[in-house]
Write a protein that binds this ligand. Structure first.
Ligand SMILES: [Zn+2]
Length: 194
């Protein structure tokens, strides 16, 4: 076992030791307590909590973002889908499952400043892969050319496009509450854009 893996295990031992007892009984279905959001309540699967409908956050894999903490949501209170850029076209599979099996109607698209996807376009990734293929003697040209990496030119424009994509998606409920926000990686501030 590597030193890093040993560190993960040691850190996890502390994590397990310090877990709140209630944490062990968290339900599979997230529920967002009204005490945090201060909005109208409706019944949920935890009889001890008044809950809003569940929330699903779609955001970038950027390590500077802990989306639940940024929005004041604790463990067990929100679904989170992450991919590079927080692009909704890549998240659609998870969104459909969240709606069909958990009834999640509130969808927060959380993009951010200084995203890595602002730094390149598809041809650059294609050229990089072809110039130095990850596996030796395995042809990849056609696979590479067929892949899109969903780069971003303007954060606000892409955020609006991603929200509109979900609003028009035939597999999502028409009455879904879908909003777009930007997280500032410098100061942690979130701003609602759409
Ligand atoms: Zn990013």
């Amino acid at each position: 076992m590597s030193t890093t893996e040993e560190q993960y295990i040691k850190a996890n031992e502390n994590y397990v030791k310090n877990l709140e007892p209630e944490r062990k009984d968290l339900p599979l279905k997230p529920s967002t307590p009204v005490r945090r959001l201060g909005v109208d309540s409706q019944p949920c699967n935890n009889p001890n909590l008044a809950c809003t409908p569940q929330v699903i956050i779609i955001t970038c894999m950027d390590a500077r973002i802990v989306p639940s903490q940024a929005l004041g949501l604790a463990e067990g209170e929100t679904f989170v889908v992450r991919n590079v850029g927080g692009r909704t076209v890549e998240a659609i599979r998870s969104l459909v499952i969240a709606q069909q099996f958990f009834g999640t109607k509130e969808i927060i698209v959380l993009h951010h400043t200084d995203c890595g996807l602002l730094r390149f376009k598809d041809p650059q990734v294609h050229e990089k892969l072809k110039a130095n293929p990850p596996r030796k003697n395995v042809p990849i040209a056609s696979t590479v050319d067929s892949m899109v990496f969903l780069p971003i030119s303007d954060t606000q424009v892409t955020l609006k496009e991603d929200v509109e994509f979900l609003k028009g998606h035939p597999l999502l409920y028409e009455d879904s509450q879908i909003t777009g926000w930007i997280f500032d990686v410098k100061d942690g501030k979130v701003t609602k854009v759409i």
